[in-house]
Ligand binder design. Structure first.
Ligand code: AP5
Length: 219
């Protein structure tokens, strides 16, 4: 099963991907997580990506496409869920072209909707684990011990791009450059719009209803 989850920053992509991976055994390919890993390791790519990420802009397409092509190629037979990629129409076209060469295609695109108010509250309250990538929220999804990751015991961080001003820029970037990706897939495949602003449990039930169909086809 090959799935894309698209939505504004804070719409819940990472949160729901965790459940999708648990249920369908697919790989979670998050461009944001891969970039943060590159940054933490001070790689050439990580250093090049730094200023774009910190300002809420997008890392150039050529860097991202090469990085994600590698991740897609290494994904298991069960498939993958792409989170944060493709984020421009150029990225989507290049992803489709490379899948086509391998006689493959994206099965479904899940588009999560969410209001700006909800997004701002979620992102300014989000706490992330720099070690294992687990995600919390100070009030919605608090860790058992304040500031400490339940999964691996590392100290949680407030992402530098989760401040009010940078979130505003990320929302503008999303509207200008990523929203057109949804239209691109509407004319090229199946897009399922799901309300991402309600309780996480309600949203994941709707996502599972869509994906169960594709998982059954893949068997
Ligand atoms: P990236 O890491 O992909 O950030 P993003 O898309 O902005 O998404 P987020 O991770 O912020 O949000 P999310 O939707 O996953 O929400 P989450 O589930 O954590 O990208 C970062 C940067 O990298 C970009 O700005 C760009 O510079 C660069 N980049 C990445 N990919 C790129 C690409 N393809 N091209 C170019 N540049 C790229 O939830 C948020 C919070 O809300 C959490 O605290 C969570 O606990 C809480 N929450 C979630 N759902 C619910 C719910 N239903 N109810 C209550 N609380 C909830």
């Amino acid at each position: 099963m090959r799935v894309i989850i698209v939505g504004a920053p804070g719409s819940g992509k990472g949160t729901h991907c965790k459940r999708i991976v648990e249920k369908y055994n697919v790989a979670h390919l998050s461009s944001g997580d891969i970039l943060r890993h590159e940054r933490a390791n001070n790689t050439d790519l990580g250093l090049k990506a730094q200023s774009y990420m910190d300002s809420g802009g997008l890392v150039p397409d050529d860097l991202i496409v090469a990085m994600m092509a590698k991740a897609v190629k290494a994904a298991p037979k069960a498939g993958f869920v792409l989170d944060g990629f493709p984020r421009t129409v150029t990225q989507a076209q290049q992803l489709d072209a490379s899948l086509e060469k391998a006689d493959r295609k994206i099965d479904a695109v899940i588009s999560l909707t969410c209001t700006d108010d909800v997004i701002m509250k979620r992102l300014t309250g989000r706490r992330s684990c720099p070690e294992c990538g687990a995600v919390y929220h100070v009030t919605n999804v608090p860790p058992k011990k304040e500031g400490i990751c339940d999964e691996c015991g590392a100290e949680l961080v407030h992402r530098p791009d989760d401040t009010v001003d940078v979130v505003k820029n990320r929302l503008d970037t999303y509207r200008q450059q990523t929203a057109p990706v949804i239209d691109y897939y509407k004319s090229n495949g199946e897009v399922f719009e799901i309300d991402g602003s309600c309780e996480a449990e309600e949203t994941i039930i709707e996502i599972f209803k869509v994906l169960d169909k594709f998982a059954a086809q893949a068997e």
